[in-house]
Design a protein around this ligand. Structure first.
Ligand SMILES: [Zn+2]
Length: 199
């Protein structure tokens, strides 16, 4: 049976710290100035046209590319979290299924084609960068390489296959939820048959 961490474990979500504009200043429909909302992330209804703006979590998808008890991590060449180890993935495009988004991001960031083994789980996090502040909803698939050639794009400056039993320290991992994702991968490595028969 799949074991996963609780919804918010490890995501460092605190409702007391806001680094960006959580609420909108103007209605995106009619342009009227919106009242100041005291509750961050609360729905904002425009007093003029009645349209409500919701601050939903934004969907993302990522990949755990595995091979014989190892997982491929990419080192970020750009902020946020520059020089920290990351999992290939990113924000979904409009209407894009998480699976398609994951395959697109993997190809862009690593050059690899991959075969899906399974969905590990869905993880919450918070993204605070350059005046933006919102929640993210992150889908993680376990995959294995099936083709292509490993090569870095502009956002990545290094790759490394890490042994699942010797992963980088949490403070070397780019985003809080990824620490939990990697722990869940380790916990479930037998269920997903990631450990090769020779291990
Ligand atoms: Zn309006």
């Amino acid at each position: 049976m799949l074991r996963v961490a609780s919804r918010l474990d490890g995501t460092r979500i605190t409702h007391h710290v806001y680094v960006g504009n959580v609420s909108l200043n103007y209605c995106p429909n009619c342009g009227v100035k919106l009242p100041i909302f005291t509750e961050p992330f609360a729905p904002q209804m425009c007093p003029s046209c009645g349209r409500t703006q919701y601050h939903n979590s934004r969907p993302c998808a990522g990949a755990l590319i595995v091979k014989q008890n190892h997982v491929l991590l990419v080192r970020r060449a750009v902020e946020p979290a520059k020089k920290l180890w990351d999992l290939p993935g990113g924000f979904l495009e409009p209407g894009e299924h998480p699976l398609e988004g994951m395959l697109r991001e993997v190809k862009e960031e690593t050059g690899l084609d991959v075969r899906v083994i399974g969905l590990l789980g869905v993880y919450m996090d918070r993204y605070q960068f350059k005046g933006e502040d919102f929640f993210t909803l992150n889908h993680y698939y376990i995959v294995e390489p099936s083709g292509g050639t490993l090569r870095a794009d502009d956002d990545v400056d290094a790759f490394e296959w890490f042994d699942l039993d010797h992963l980088p320290d949490d403070n070397a991992i780019a985003f809080g939820h990824e620490q939990v994702v990697l722990r869940d991968l380790h916990l479930n490595r037998n269920a997903f048959k990631i450990v090769s028969s020779s291990d």
